[in-house]
Write a protein of this length. Structure first.
Length: 164
């Protein structure tokens, strides 16, 4: 079992020392799902949300969120991101509860001494929150789920791919 690395000998929180780690190409992809009413998705698709182009704003917000990750997550290292890409997949067919969904996917990349999993996870979370913010006037019942890491590569621990 892996040890927790964010605690010092006294059991207090610390930022992990990555100075001895090699710089490698690193990438991580995460996703989040936003559930919303069919009418809300239709208005997003038709550009009828009063605040503007929901997915365009959510895309920019996701990139900004990735860049701000070390300001939000206390033990994350500030890293130089080489790219952040956000995409959306709309599912207009309602589920058993009558909700449609938008899957937000983010891929973050860097060449550095530590990974970008948290940046990818933050990107999808901020994009999902932005969709909520832009549509809350017409659909306060929106919800999020399945915020998860899909894959990561690079670094000493190598490649991870989520199963299922």
């Amino acid at each position: 079992m892996a040890e927790f690395t964010h605690f010092n000998e006294s059991g207090r929180a610390r930022m992990v020392d990555v100075s001895a780690k090699a710089q490698t190409e690193r990438a991580a992809t995460a996703q989040a799902k936003v559930f919303l009413r069919p009418e809300t998705l239709e208005k997003i698709q038709r550009g009828k949300i009063a605040k503007g182009d929901v997915l365009a704003v959510a895309q920019v917000a996701g990139v900004m969120g990735a860049k701000k990750t070390p300001d939000l997550i206390p033990m994350c290292h500030p890293i130089l991101l080489s790219s952040v890409d956000i995409s959306f997949k709309e599912e207009p067919q309602p589920d058993r509860e009558g909700r449609c969904s938008i899957t937000v996917t983010a891929t973050a990349k860097t060449t550095g001494q530590t990974g970008v999993e948290m940046e990818a996870m933050t990107a999808v979370s901020v994009a999902a929150l932005t969709i909520y913010d832009m549509c809350k006037a017409i659909d306060r019942g929106m919800s999020f789920s399945e915020i998860s890491l899909l894959s990561k590569s690079g670094g000493k621990s190598g490649t991870y791919t989520r199963e299922g």
